[in-house]
Design a protein around this ligand. Structure first.
Ligand SMILES: CC(C)(COP(=O)(O)OP(=O)(O)OC[C@H]1O[C@@H](n2cnc3c(N)ncnc32)[C@H](O)[C@@H]1OP(=O)(O)O)[C@@H](O)C(=O)NCCC(=O)NCCS
Length: 355
């Protein structure tokens, strides 16, 4: 059997169809409660890269048949030592060295680009204790849960990566949302947030807030607890933010925001975003929520999140579930999410390898 790994040509639709099918199969097996990956979003990096990100995507073929793929994101504006990796192998062709070959291909490519470390996430079952933040090394076996197998951790360990951060996915069942309680939480947060006003938008942010939003976005990755993950603050400015907005437009992502403005200074100091992929009206991701450190302790996080839920539902009446990932260490954010009714449903571990 001949195995080869080659760069994906972005005009090669049959190969992209096969790559998408593999991604959708993996998602259906590991996270059957999530909608299938959005095809438009899946292919967008080939046509509309995020500013500062260079995506390299390769396919593995066994006797000419696409059986897996690897995608790496090189960072050009910050974190130039770090790269992100996604890797998927068709379940019908596993344990034949395809994953290993894809990783070897990516490692060579990353070494040539001057990268030192690579980070990837592997889905896991919900940990027995969702608050336990200790990353676990698999014992050489794929972990299992709810009748499903999660081979990513055993694979990453076999390739020399180390587990650096435990994450938990929590879900809000919007169909069971207690709106009276939500209104009470929002009212309580509002009275604790005297001196701040909220602003809301969908799609592009108001231009007068771009600089403050860039400041918050730049802090996001390193403000949240990172465990042992080596990651440097990201360099954001208004221009990069606009570029990111255009890339999200190209992906068809609908996004809703509520932010808090500090009355005395006029600065935007807290921000929360919910987004829906182009292929769903029922499922949203709770993305960014961040409060500038100088303005914490006024319940601005809860205020923005609770208001944004109501804001989003006004535009997305079919919305029925919202998912969010938090580091298991992120006790403050988790407390807010639990107050809003989010409950743990699945896990993930971030793995980092020196290359
Ligand atoms: C993880 C994945 C990419 C592995 O692909 P694969 O082609 O089966 O991997 P390989 O055959 O090259 O396996 C390499 C080594 O990883 C380990 N490994 C892989 N799958 C394993 C499993 N189910 N149980 C235990 N160890 C496993 C083994 O050490 C294996 O070597 P061996 O077969 O000689 O014992 C594939 O299962 C997959 O697509 N999973 C879903 C997505 C994912 O988790 N991606 C990786 C995120 S870091």
């Amino acid at each position: 059997m001949a195995l080869d790994v080659a760069t994906i040509d972005r005009t090669d639709q049959p190969t992209l169809d096969a790559a998408y099918r593999i991604a959708a199969t993996v998602e259906a097996m590991e996270s059957p409660d999530l909608p299938p990956p959005c095809r438009r979003r899946f292919e967008a990096p080939l046509w509309h890269p995020m500013p500062g990100i260079d995506t390299r995507w390769s396919v593995a073929r066994l006797d000419g048949v696409p059986v897996g793929w690897v995608r790496v994101n090189l960072h050009l504006l910050d974190n130039t030592d770090n790269a992100n990796i996604e890797l998927a192998v068709d379940p019908a062709y596993r344990r034949r060295g395809v994953g290993r070959a894809l990783f070897a291909h990516a490692r060579l490519l990353l070494r040539r680009a001057g990268c030192k470390r690579v980070v990837g996430a592997a889905v896991t079952a919900l940990p027995d204790d969702p608050c336990d933040a200790t990353p676990a090394w698999p014992d050489g076996h794929a972990s299992a849960g709810a009748g499903r197998e999660f081979p990513g951790g055993a694979f990453a360990a076999a390739l020399g990566a180390r587990p650096v951060l435990v994450e938990v996915r929590r879900r809000l069942d919007v169909t069971a949302l207690d709106r009276t309680r939500l209104a009470a939480l929002r009212a309580g947060a509002r009275s604790a947030a005297a001196g701040y006003r909220t602003v809301r938008w969908h799609g592009h942010p108001p231009s007068e807030h771009l600089t403050d939003l860039a400041h918050l976005e730049g802090r996001l990755m390193t403000d949240a607890p990172l465990g042992d993950l080596e990651w440097e603050p990201e360099r954001m400015d208004a221009e990069r933010m606009q570029g990111m907005e255009q890339a999200l437009d190209a992906r068809g992502v609908r996004r809703y925001s509520v932010a808090a403005v500090h009355g005395a200074s006029g600065r935007l100091v807290a921000w929360s975003v919910l987004s829906l992929a182009a292929n769903t009206t029922r499922h949203a991701w709770q993305q960014i929520t961040i409060v500038d450190p100088a303005h914490r302790g006024h319940r601005l996080g809860l205020l923005c999140k609770a208001e944004n839920l109501e804001h989003t539902l006004a535009y997305e009446p079919e919305l029925s579930v919202v998912d969010t990932y938090n580091a298991a260490l992120n006790t403050h954010m988790i407390a807010i999410n639990e107050q809003l009714g989010f409950r743990p449903v699945a896990g993930a571990t971030e793995w980092q390898a020196t290359i």
